[in-house]
Design a binder for this molecule. Sequence first.
Ligand SMILES: Nc1nc2c(ncn2[C@@H]2O[C@H](COP(=O)(O)OP(=O)(O)OP(=O)(O)O)[C@@H](O)[C@H]2O)c(=O)[nH]1
Ligand SMILES: [Zn+2]
Length: 204
Amino acid sequence: MKISRIVATRLPTPFAEFTIHGFREEATGQEHVVLTLGDIAQGSADEPPLVRVHSECLTGEVFGSLRCDCRPQLEAAMQRVADEGRGAIVYMRGHEGRGIGLVQKLRAYAEQDAGADTIEANEMLGLPIDARRYDAAVCMLRHLGVQRLRLLTNNPLKVAALQDLGLEVVARESVLTAPGPDNERYLRTKADQMGHRDLGHLFD
Ligand SMILES: Nc1nc2c(ncn2[C@@H]2O[C@H](COP(=O)(O)OP(=O)(O)OP(=O)(O)O)[C@@H](O)[C@H]2O)c(=O)[nH]1
Ligand SMILES: [Zn+2]
């Protein structure tokens, strides 16, 4: 895959002042951003950097939807990187709705309101449960000099996907958020049926 870094500039946030890198996929024109803090390139320190590969979620991140945990996860990841003073947030456009797109995700929400869980809803719509690809994320991390990393995720499939594409994920670190009445079933389905780790304590 050909993906180019078009620009890098300062991004002050409540967590830290990151550098934001703007990338564009050549074949599709799809744009992504990566936030970095400190020097993350291979060889710049012994410890592999902390990296979050985060899937876009307009409803959660822009409007604060409580149906999912995307915004608290993103903020927790930014805070963790800020606390370490070093790391990256790879923000994947095109991953909306686990790759089915925004409006299809809204259709899946409507199915969930009629009783389906997050997996059944996609199936009822004839859509894949998870259509995300990670080759762009890997290309961007390589571009930034990252080959070995510690990944912030609860999802073992994400670890496997990055490793299959050649990155060395030396550790997985959980990103846990507090459940609420609107996302409890969603989190439970991720824990019980999608293999997401460390969420069990939420339901004790
Ligand atoms: N299809 C679908 N996508 C959803 C739903 N709720 C959230 N999403 C999308 O799911 C994506 C996030 O994926 P998650 O399964 O929550 O988590 P993950 O990225 O696999 O794992 P973590 O790294 O632990 O966060 C975002 O793109 C959301 O838009 C839903 O009910 N249906
Ligand atoms: Zn979300």
